[in-house]
Design a protein around this ligand. Sequence first.
Ligand code: NAD
Ligand code: ZN
Length: 247
Amino acid sequence: MNSELLAKAAIKLNRSKYTTAFTGAGISVESGIPPFRGEKGLWNKYDPKSLEIDYFYEHPKESWEVIMEIFYDFFGKAKPNRAHEVLAILEQKNLLKSVITQNIDNLHQEAGNTDVIEFHGNSKQLVCTVCRKLYKVGEIKMEPLPVLCPACDSLVKPDFIFFGEGIPPLAYERSVEAAEKSEVMLVIGTTAEVMPAGQIPVLAKSTGATIIEINPEPSMLTRFTTDIFLKGKASEVLDELLNLLEA
Ligand code: NAD
Ligand code: ZN
């Protein structure tokens, strides 16, 4: 890790009166959840069409079988890693206002962050596609598939957005507001290829924020949007950064 860049990032963070974090699948990789893209990505194993909204309504059973395997049998057991923990510590130290996440794994909340804006929803909650009733995972029967609503017997869907669905309006509004207020935005573990989420750091930058990016690989943002690129794994880089902030 380049210590000069780390020191520069620490100074920016210490001086900032409004810091936010924008996270993607990469921050959860060290919790054992693979990202979508890249060599070990989920799309090398599964067909993304299972998560297309039209396919879900046309083939609910097939779609639910894949969803169950990826998001519940497997994701369900993951625990926050050091990167999630450091973001929670930064909030406690009043060095971080909110986390805008593209992830649906609930790990920021489990680590202790209290203001998590979920751009794509959350897999720990289910919603009835007809009566809109919400259920916590574990609260209703998840077999046989597809999952049906105990209240109205209609199809139930995980409360995260599928390809072809819009961003939850409140999460979108709050993300834009947080981006515009940011003096520093930490961008962690995202390719920024998924739109419109990927525009959030660009918006923050355009309204004056310094963008500090943490990723083992460059992303769509690195060249033109990022101010300080800290190359490395989220847990390691954030831990080193925290040490400098405590000094
Ligand atoms: P992505 O799959 O497009 O990219 C992952 C990024 O993480 C890459 O840039 C990669 O270099 C980086 N990365 C890999 N290991 C890392 C590490 N140890 N530390 C830091 N970075 C690391 O992810 P995305 O940009 O978030 O887009 C994928 C979409 O899929 C998101 O919208 C999200 O909703 C969804 N998704 C969520 C989860 C989850 O909830 N954990 C998992 C997979 C996909
Ligand atoms: Zn219902």
